[in-house]
Design a protein around this ligand. Structure first.
Ligand SMILES: [Cu+2]
Length: 481
């Protein structure tokens, strides 16, 4: 019996056993208790200002049963506190670095002023041990974002420095159900819960990207989510791993993608595999369909992302899905139109090719157009320009490409139009993106979000110049080509 048929007959005096529509019931009691992330105290009484303190420090955290891990944390927890505010709100973060090394915070995907972007040596000096920095910005876009260090990022993120940042839009349709944030990561631990060395695997670690031994959902190993048959949930999935791709499967279930990096886009067909590459986010509706009183497992499934990446690997459980005994309810229909996204006009665009490259000698050196970050020259872009980038990946590994400061659109007629800040470029393939550098001049990074690859040199930056501003003291950067 189809949901539409039953809903259509609702007013017709059906039998008393007619199932309830999903909006008539709440999620099961305590449904997301095991997935709750800490929320920091808001120091500002203004409801439109979120003002918090964040301290990066080493802290003992319980990750593996019976052990404690000296993790690198924000405010003592893995993940760090979940920041949540509404589009238009102002955010003030009083940040203190109590780590043994310098750090910065990058607000991944959030369109912040250039000097708030956390790129060391580009938008700010690294914050030394004992140092402080005040981050402040206004939230321009609803969506699912996250924050993490941008110095020594593979090591620092890999040791536990990451947190979710959700920007709500009060006009979001309500049919999606209650949302749950799934901040996915992995951490490299030995059996005593101690961190494996940051350079584990040596050159191979750099080449493959380091995947941690232990899968974490919101900082927990195999937590439980309680669901009710038919009662939809909106999953906001964030990949905070430094290298691991998530290909999520739940037996007998499909996901409907609603969007990702920059919030809602368009409704997708139902998919069995929800794929989220490093740095990326997925916004998806999940409709529990298991019989009441049963358990199921959300699994990580190996994903082909380059030479040997699926070899001899099997799936791993990530999340217990417990369907409570309550009677099933009828899922809500999801609106077909979620948001109108106009294609970027590329009529007068500047075209560039970014060839992602790997050179293997005594060390692994990665780059863009054969040049590692430390030898690269920034792209020179005039404020207001639109650019089309052909991103070529002839290497043996896939690379999730991330641009700071601006959303882009992938120019592919098979794709649902979507604003993104991170997109996977599969090995031995290429794709094309369009970007409008329409505001916030300054220096912005782009890089592979396999953080070992970024640290090995697959990173660069661009300078968006305001032609109406007085000339800078330094000579303009040279063109990359
Ligand atoms: Cu890469």
């Amino acid at each position: 019996m189809s949901a539409a048929l039953v809903l259509g007959g609702c007013g017709g005096g059906d039998a008393p056993s007619s199932p309830l529509a999903a909006h008539e019931v709440s999620q099961p009691a305590g449904w997301d208790d095991e997935l709750k992330m800490p929320v920091p105290e808001d120091l500002n009484p203004d409801p439109h200002v979120l003002e918090v303190e964040l301290e990066a420090r080493v802290a003992d955290v319980a990750l593996l049963p019976g052990t404690t891990t000296p993790a690198w944390t924000y405010n003592g927890t893995v993940p760090g506190p979940m920041l949540r505010a509404t589009v238009g709100d102002r955010v003030i973060v009083h940040f203190k670095n109590s780590l043994p090394e310098a750090t910065t915070i990058h607000w991944h995907g959030i369109r912040v002023p250039n000097e708030m972007d956390g790129a060391p040596g580009v938008t700010q000096e690294p914050i030394a041990t004992g140092g402080e920095f005040r981050y402040e910005f206004v939230l321009k876009d609803a969506g699912t974002y996250w924050y993490h260090p941008h110095t020594d990022s593979s090591t620092q993120v890999g040791r536990g420095l990451y947190g979710a940042f959700i920007v709500d839009d009060p006009s979001d349709p309500k049919e999606f159900g209650d949302d749950v944030v799934l901040l996915l990561s992995d951490i490299g631990l030995d059996e005593n819960g101690q961190l494996v060395p940051a350079d584990s695997g040596g050159n191979f670690g750099d080449l493959f990207g380091r995947e941690g031994s232990t899968l974490l959902v919101n900082g927990k190993v195999l937590p439980t989510l309680k669901v009710r048959n038919g009662k939809q949930q909106r999953w906001r999935v964030i990949n905070a791993s430094r290298a691991r791709y998530y290909n999520l499967r739940l037996r007998n279930h499909r996901f409907m993608r609603l969007g990702g990096d920059n919030g809602l886009a368009a409704r997708s067909a139902d998919v069995y595999n929800l794929i989220v590459t490093p740095g990326e986010r997925a916004d998806a509706v999940f409709t529990p369909a298991d019989p009441p009183g049963t358990r199921n497992l959300l699994r990580w499934v190996p994903t082909e992302r380059g030479y040997g990446s699926t070899y001899n690997r099997s799936s791993e459980p990530m999340l217990n899905i417990e369907t409570v005994a309550d009677a099933p309810v009828l899922p809500e229909p999801i609106p077909a139109e979620l948001r109108t996204i106009e294609p970027i006009d590329i009529t007068n665009a500047t075209h560039r090719t970014l060839d992602l490259t790997i050179a293997i000698a005594s060390t692994v050196e990665m780059g863009v157009n054969g040049v590692p970050y430390w030898q690269s020259k920034p792209f020179d872009i005039a404020l207001g320009d639109t650019e089309v980038w052909r991103i070529v990946n002839n290497t043996d590994f896939s690379h999730p490409f991330h641009l700071h400061g601006y959303f882009f659109q992938v120019l592919d007629e098979n794709r649902v139009p979507e604003w993104k800040d991170t997109v996977n470029v599969p090995n031995k393939s290429e794709l094309t993106i369009a970007v409008r550098f329409d505001e916030r001049p300054g220096a912005w990074m782009y890089h592979c979000h396999i953080l070992d690859h970024a640290e090995a040199g697959m990173m660069g930056h661009l300078v968006v110049r305001d032609p109406s501003a007085p000339p800078a003291a330094e000579p303009p950067p040279a063109h990359h080509h």
